[in-house]
Ligand binder design. Structure first.
Ligand SMILES: [Zn+2]
Length: 386
């Protein structure tokens, strides 16, 4: 039998089933097992109560994490070739019949008027319960006191089966009542709502008043409209991060990546997704700038040959970066000549030679030719303005 339960209740349910499993083992029945599936998202109706008219009405659908539990509960009514297929409670007003396996439902009527007779001890004395036991082709009615003696199945074992089923049925019903406290949210919806909110008010930290997170929550609750533009942007950002998964190295984005991969998330992760659009748009911008730079410098060619003394024009020059090494600080200058060729100069001097805007040309020795990020660079040394 398969039951669906709220994922948030998984621990409780497993605890209960494990304890019943242990108890069943004491009655010599270890065939009762259960397994829990991975969590998945289920859309369920959420009901509200109209207190004036005293009726329940469906408010909306909500998404929750659920998992399936597969139980071999019928193992509890089987032993060897024997199987208890029904329980008959002999009440004064008539029999109450419980069929254990749906495939035997057709036999219901035949049990409805059975007297409390036991075919094992062949007596008819007053009994509350009897059981119908199948052994290959033979079907017999057995009193509860004789059941174990006849087929090895303890009545207690049957009671556990009933307990398990009613417990699971309760849990299944509880999905809609506990559900509202265990909502899950679609990642693309939250990202789209965050984009919408940031567009209106800019990003506002979670500790500030009317934070982006608070506003996104509000929008979810009110089921506010989301513009097509924001939806498209959300898809673009999500796809971007999934595609560039291997280039991510900051911890915030790595967390976002794991959250986004889940597709549906718990409320506690909404904050991450509210900042995500800001972070990812920065990433995209940086990449665009780099591509632009590559594009601009794609015309660059090598100048001269290694160790050759060269003279070149200076269209622009700038200090690209500096770093501290064994010999002290090294400054890295990038110079572009009038033919769009890129020259790079590593020097220990914070050099005014290349800072002056009046420089029209320089001379230097070629140290090496180097391809960097697809750009042909001529690395020079001993550069001087002329
Ligand atoms: Zn008997």
């Amino acid at each position: 039998m398969i039951f669906t339960i709220l994922e948030a209740r998984k621990e409780e349910v497993v605890k209960k089933l494990s304890s019943l499993q242990k108890k069943a083992e004491k009655y010599n029945n270890s065939a009762f097992t259960f397994s829990v599936s991975e969590a998945y998202v289920k859309s369920i109706p959420y009901y509200k109560i109209d207190y004036i008219n005293h009726v329940q009405y469906k408010d909306k659908n909500i998404n929750v994490f659920v998992c399936d539990i597969e139980i071999t509960e019928n193992a509890l009514v089987k032993y060897g070739n024997y199987e208890v297929i029904a329980k008959i409670e002999h009440a004064e007003t008539g029999n109450i019949v419980t069929i254990f396996n749906e495939e035997n439902n057709g036999l219901f009527n035949s049990f409805l008027h059975k007297k409390p007779y036991c075919e094992h001890c062949k007596t008819k004395h007053v009994r509350k319960n009897t059981f119908i036991v199948k052994n290959e082709s033979e079907v017999k009615q057995i009193g509860s006191a004789c059941l174990k003696d006849y087929c090895g199945i303890d009545v207690q074992s049957i009671l556990y089966r009933n307990e398990i089923i009613s417990f699971c049925e309760e849990e299944e019903k509880a999905i809609s009542s506990y559900g509202i406290n265990n909502l899950v949210y679609s990642v693309s919806e939250i990202v789209a709502r965050a984009i919408e909110e940031i567009k209106k008010h800019g990003y506002r930290k979670s500790d500030s008043e009317n934070s982006t997170k608070t506003e996104v929550y509000k929008a979810v609750r009110n089921e506010a409209e989301i513009s097509e533009e924001s939806k498209a942007k959300a898809e673009k950002y999500i796809n971007y991060i999934l595609k560039n998964e291997n280039d991510i190295n900051d911890s915030f984005m790595l967390n976002c990546l794991s959250i986004i991969k889940q597709k549906y998330i718990k409320a506690s992760y909404i904050g991450y997704l509210c900042y995500f659009p800001v972070s990812v748009s920065k990433m995209i911008q940086k990449e665009t700038e780099k591509a632009q730079e590559r594009n601009e410098k794609s015309a660059s060619n090598y100048i001269g040959s290694v160790n050759e003394k060269i003279t070149f024009s200076v269209k622009s020059a700038c200090l690209k970066t500096s770093f501290t090494g064994y010999y002290g600080i090294t400054f890295v200058y990038e110079i572009i000549d009038n033919n769009e060729n890129v020259l790079v100069w590593y020097t220990s001097k914070s050099n005014n030679e290349v800072k002056a805007e009046t420089i029209k040309s320089m001379k230097a020795t070629v140290k090496e030719h180097k391809l960097y990020n697809g750009i042909k660079q001529t690395v020079i040394k001993n550069a001087k303005a002329i």
